[in-house]
Design a protein around this ligand. Structure first.
Ligand SMILES: [Zn+2]
Length: 405
């Protein structure tokens, strides 16, 4: 018999043992054996705590405490990880939800509304070229998956079936219903709370995001014989544009963020003037209008430079995600709860995507953060102090208490 976990830390440590890597690295991609073991452990834990457990056709775990009236109050987070991850991302939200619901039942008994915890199968997009597939299944908003393959050529549908066959042999199959609310708690994955010495992040919204690929076409030529005035240097032109956009970013101001994370230079040889530079741009802000301002300035600059230099530059926008605002009444309620519990808090946007943004398409949502030490995430060095894990759970628990009782 397994031992019943007593604390959030117990659950996090146990789930961390389900990994393809050696500790402290966590790699638990959707439908892999380590993922099946983790989902099995959590569903078994739910059973041992007296919850109704089910697995849905996507592999989401569903833990339910039945209420006396209509309505389902939901909470949860994701079970999968990125490659070489830490142990808190996603799993903390699951562990906190399980402990919060257990403690509510211990203290107050049967709720009015059902309390339902989602152990989302996948959020990170780290195995197949699709993310948020767990929560997207629940809200019935999935793309075609027949042809989806992972990096090793394994098909999504076949891998899912293999994993679910194991779990379905042990647990009943179920299906989430339309909830009346959804709440998620997650590590911040940034440095703001720690820097500002705040205990809880109250997320106002998840940022709008655009991603571009910019191509600058110049002319390859001899690095020794081509005078500076006669060059069409694609890399230097790209760097000027990147520098100009940094100025635009300063003008817009925080919390706007602008990242050039990838660049390819051709022919990428020491003695040849670069013919082509291709680079990525990632911009994010809660106010989508600020992304448009940035984009307009970029296009105006490019037009001007093309005319001046005779080079061509093209911009392809390949991702355009709108922002999602969390429920304002829940935010006010969470502020009250933090004050009552004498916890310091910061209202802030989330620069990263979360399952909450998917659930937000169908129901009222709340998203809470706890501090990430040094702002590190997606790394084995990810760390949040036990006290912070507990504080976050207390706020989540009180929110669910007010919604479900
Ligand atoms: Zn996450």
């Amino acid at each position: 018999m397994m031992q019943t976990a007593q604390t959030i830390q117990d659950i996090i440590e146990k789930v961390a043992t389900f990994t393809n890597d050696d500790a402290p690295k966590i790699t638990r991609l959707v439908y892999q054996e380590s993922w099946v073991q983790a989902q099995d452990y959590l569903l078994t834990l739910g059973q041992s705590l007296g919850m109704n457990v089910a697995i849905d056709e996507m592999g989401n775990g569903i833990l339910t405490v039945k209420g006396t009236e209509e309505g389902v109050v939901t909470l949860g987070s994701h079970l999968d990880s990125v490659v070489d991850a830490g142990k808190y991302d996603g799993v903390y939200g699951i562990a906190a939800a399980i402990i919060a619901v257990k403690e509510l039942v211990d203290s107050y008994g049967t709720p009015k509304q059902d309390m339902q915890i989602f152990l989302f199968s996948e959020e990170e997009g780290s195995r197949f070229p699709m993310n948020f597939s767990g929560s997207r299944f629940i809200i019935d908003d999935l793309p075609e998956m027949e042809q989806l393959k992972d990096g090793d050529g394994a098909f999504f549908m076949a891998e899912r079936k293999k994993a679910l066959d194991v779990l379905k042999a042990k647990f009943p199959v179920g299906q989430a219903q339309q909830p009346i609310s959804f709440a998620e708690i997650h590590i911040e994955q940034g440095p703001v709370l720690e820097r500002k010495n705040k205990q809880i992040g109250l997320v106002t919204g998840i940022v709008a995001q655009k991603k571009f690929t910019v191509t600058v076409n110049g002319e390859a030529n001899h690095a020794g014989t081509t005078p500076m005035s006669m060059r069409k240097d694609a890399l230097k032109q790209a760097l000027q544009l990147i520098g100009y956009l940094e100025e635009v970013t300063q003008t817009i101001g925080e919390p706007f963020v602008y990242t050039v994370g990838e660049m390819k230079v051709s022919p990428n040889v020491t003695n040849v003037v670069p013919r082509q530079a291709v680079f990525s741009i990632d911009i994010r802000h809660l106010d989508a209008h600020q992304l448009d301002v940035f984009e307009e300035k970029m296009h105006a600059y490019i037009q001007k430079k093309e005319a001046q230099t005779g080079m061509t530059m093209s911009v392809e926008c390949w991702l355009n995600e709108p922002s999602e605002r969390m429920d304002t009444e829940f935010l006010t309620l969470l502020e009250t709860i933090c004050k009552e519990k004498k916890l310091t808090y910061e209202k802030m946007p989330s620069g990263a995507g979360h399952d909450t943004q998917i659930m937000n398409l169908v129901t009222r949502t709340a998203l809470l953060f706890v501090p990430s030490h040094n702002g590190i995430s997606h790394s084995p060095y990810e760390y949040t102090a036990s006290e912070d894990l507990e504080n976050g759970k207390e706020v989540l628990k009180e929110l669910i208490h007010r919604l479900a009782y």
